[in-house]
Design a protein around this ligand. Structure first.
Ligand SMILES: [Fe+2]
Ligand SMILES: [Fe+2]
Length: 407
């Protein structure tokens, strides 16, 4: 079925310009235009849209109000805000409302790439089951603005590490948590990092971006006071998995981008658990109890309860945010790496093995904690497994936990 896109802007010139940009795609996408929030809602009542792209500043109902309405009435619709650079200070109020941001003036290829990648990501979902679950979810966070600011700075022509550090230091709470984490013995740095400048210089912007993203997401879900999930343990598990995944990757390859993607994938791999636990707490609790009583893995019980598991939900969310495909795959396939199409050692391998090794340290290790040895054998990497265990646990000691992350 053709994907449908609704573009909302009170300036007819902007609407026409975007329409012209997407003209070549009209064979595969249905494109509709609205000049106000009210008109957009009328159109959405008559036919479903897959994506709404709305201007932020409009008379009457502005973009934030429109997307809030869309989120409540049509939660499965992807929400993108269109704004000027100068609107950046207002973006924080869109947190949780817009899935992505598009900055004016945007060119045809940026828009087409964004939409194509969004559709290809959401298309791969099996049987639309994740979409059905996501449709029941009321609270999906947006990409945090601090992360977006860092991303935009590094993509700009005059990208500067000093400015990246200055962006981080605008948030003192974030800065202190960041410094605490990178200076933890487990992170394994040879020297103490005392400022955002040093952190950016020494660790690189990608590592800092990943830590900022995961800290902000955990704090977002922490505010929703998830009862069905022990957030402190889940954070510890995800942080450790990220660090181990990066370590494994660095041992296998000199590809620093892949190491960064493995780190990010590890940090975010169980984010789907928080989405499910925060939005569907009763079902999530029932699923966890089923796993416990029937001896199933968490993912198996979730598939019975929801029709999909937390890895697919997490991958869907990261796909909505247009994070790079290797990160989305690492999250989506962290329990079933053989389902991924990646060949050779990849972030999928790193996150799968790191997650398994971390879970194996739990006193009552859950069933999914065994690494998929057939998958490793198919990559010709089975003989590396013993060394990976040494790499992970030989460099520093991580205390074993005796509780499951999500009860
Ligand atoms: Fe998981
Ligand atoms: Fe995990």
């Amino acid at each position: 079925m053709r994907k449908s896109i609704l573009i909302v802007d009170d300036e007819p010139k902007v609407l026409q310009a975007i329409h012209r940009m997407l003209k070549g795609m009209e064979g595969k996408w249905l494109i509709a235009l609205a000049e106000s929030g009210a008109q957009a809602l009328q159109m959405m009542a008559l036919q479903p849209f897959d994506v709404v792209i709305s201007d932020l500043v409009m008379p009457g109902m502005d973009g934030a109000q429109l997307l809030t309405e869309v989120m409540q009435r049509y939660p499965q619709c992807t929400r993108i805000i269109l704004c000027w650079n100068a609107d950046q200070p207002h973006l924080s109020r869109l947190y949780g409302i817009a899935h992505q941001y598009l900055f004016k003036p945007c060119d045809a290829s940026t828009l087409e790439t964004m939409l194509s990648s969004l559709f290809s990501r959401t298309e791969v979902l099996k049987d639309q089951k994740v979409k059905k679950v996501i449709a029941q979810v009321k609270s999906i966070p947006s990409l945090p603005t601090l992360y977006l600011d860092l991303q935009r700075e590094m993509q700009s022509e005059n990208a500067s590490l000093d400015t990246a550090a200055e962006i981080v230091s605008r948030d003192p709470g974030m800065t202190s948590k960041l410094l605490q984490l990178v200076n933890s013995a487990y992170f394994g740095l040879a020297r103490k990092i005392t400022s955002p400048n040093e952190a950016v210089l020494y660790l690189g912007v990608e590592t800092i971006k990943s830590i900022v993203l995961s800290l902000q997401l955990f704090s977002y879900f922490d505010r929703s006071r998830i009862q069905a999930c022990n957030m402190a343990l889940l954070w510890e598990h995800c942080w450790t998995t990220g660090v181990l995944a990066k370590r494994l990757c660095s041992a296998e390859s000199r590809d620093t981008q892949m190491a960064d993607q493995s780190f990010t994938g590890g940090l975010l791999h169980d984010i789907g658990k928080m989405v499910l636990a925060a939005n569907l707490p009763e079902l999530y609790r029932a699923s966890s109890l089923m796993a416990l009583h029937k001896g199933l893995s968490a993912a198996e019980a979730e598939r019975i309860t929801f029709g999909c598991d937390h890895a697919e939900v997490g991958g869907y969310l990261l796909g909505l945010w247009a994070l790079p495909d290797p990160i989305v795959d690492a999250v989506t396939y962290h329990h079933c790496p053989a389902w991924s199409t990646a060949s050779g050692f990849s972030p999928v391998t790193a996150v799968h093995v790191a997650n398994s090794l971390r879970q194996n340290r739990q006193a009552n290790a859950p069933r999914e904690s065994q690494a998929d040895l057939d998958y490793l054998a198919s990559l010709g990497l089975l003989d590396r497994y013993a060394e990976w265990q040494e790499i992970c646990w030989g460099q520093s000691s991580v205390p074993a936990t005796d509780e499951a992350c999500c009860l």
